[in-house]
Design a protein around this ligand. Structure first.
Ligand SMILES: NC(=O)c1ccc[n+]([C@@H]2O[C@H](COP(=O)([O-])OP(=O)(O)OC[C@H]3O[C@@H](n4cnc5c(N)ncnc54)[C@H](OP(=O)(O)O)[C@@H]3O)[C@@H](O)[C@H]2O)c1
Length: 232
């Protein structure tokens, strides 16, 4: 049985990805800070017949990431897939943004992906290769007013994705990014108003597609916009 690790799996896109990968037969190691939400995701995944664990942790905190990784590896042996999905949004102009707010967005959205990759990539290599998928955004492709810290973090995550794709290629690890436009989740509800949101399941379908590709094929990034939005 193959194991996938998903951060930010308590709700929204992370929960939809977890449920989709459960349907594909993956065992799942799930985390977010709010334990009750991750436990609910794990329960829904178990109903689909797979093994799923839930943990409360903050991806920006090195000790918490490492402790969780040790637990996951002890429980599952090796893992094949890491989805760096945990993320936070900030709706502020750059000049309104406090340095502490800037740091938090960068810490969760960029440092978190770095720390989780550092903690789990050795296991994926040990398993003979696999996938790392980073949840960037269309805000990693284009500037949006009032999204300075968020755009900077999602551009940074794309940069990290390209570097990892080169550094881990020889060990059989596929590293790619998904850049969704507006998705109907708690992250952006109340901040953005979109008439035709993408749904979390649409992003989950893209994750399943990336994992299904033959190992000879590499997709660097999938930009998935709302149908009525401008192409990127
Ligand atoms: N919604 C969109 O329009 C959209 C578009 C493009 C990209 N994205 C990206 O997609 C990813 C998922 O977003 P979403 O829309 O599904 O948001 P969401 O519904 O708010 O879910 C975010 C998940 O991440 C967890 N999380 C947040 N901070 C964390 C931290 N420091 N450590 C561990 N877990 C943390 C949250 O749980 P806790 O708060 O309990 O920790 C939650 O489970 C994010 O990276 C986001 O930037 C979203």
């Amino acid at each position: 049985m193959m194991t996938a690790v998903i951060t930010g799996a308590g709700r929204g896109i992370g929960r939809a990805v977890a449920l989709r990968l459960a349907e594909e037969g993956y065992d799942l190691a799930l985390s977010a800070r709010t334990l009750a939400q991750v436990e609910e995701t794990a329960r829904l995944c178990r109903q689909k017949g797979v093994h799923a664990t839930a943990a409360s942790m903050d991806v920006a905190e090195q000790a918490q990431v490492e402790e969780w990784a040790a637990e996951v590896l002890a429980e599952f042996g090796t893992i094949k897939v890491l989805i760096n999905n945990a993320g936070v949004f900030l709706d502020r102009t750059v000049l309104e943004t406090e340095p502490s707010e800037w740091d938090r967005v960068m810490d969760v959205n960029v440092r978190g992906a770095y720390l989780c990759t550092r903690a789990f990539a050795p296991s994926i290599i040990e398993a003979g290769g696999g996938h790392i998928i980073n949840m960037s955004s269309t805000s990693g492709k284009k500037g949006y007013a009032r999204q300075g810290a968020y755009c900077a973090s999602k551009y940074a995550l794309l940069g990290l994705t390209k570097v990892l794709a080169m550094e881990l290629r020889d060990q059989g690890v596929h590293v790619s990014a998904i850049c969704p436009g507006g998705v109907d989740t708690e992250l952006v509800r109340g901040h953005l108003d979109r008439p035709d949101w993408l749904q979390p399941e649409d992003i989950a379908e893209t994750v399943a597609f990336l994992l299904r590709l033959p190992p000879r094929a590499a997709v660097d990034e999938v930009v998935m916009r709302r149908f009525t939005a401008e192409p990127y």
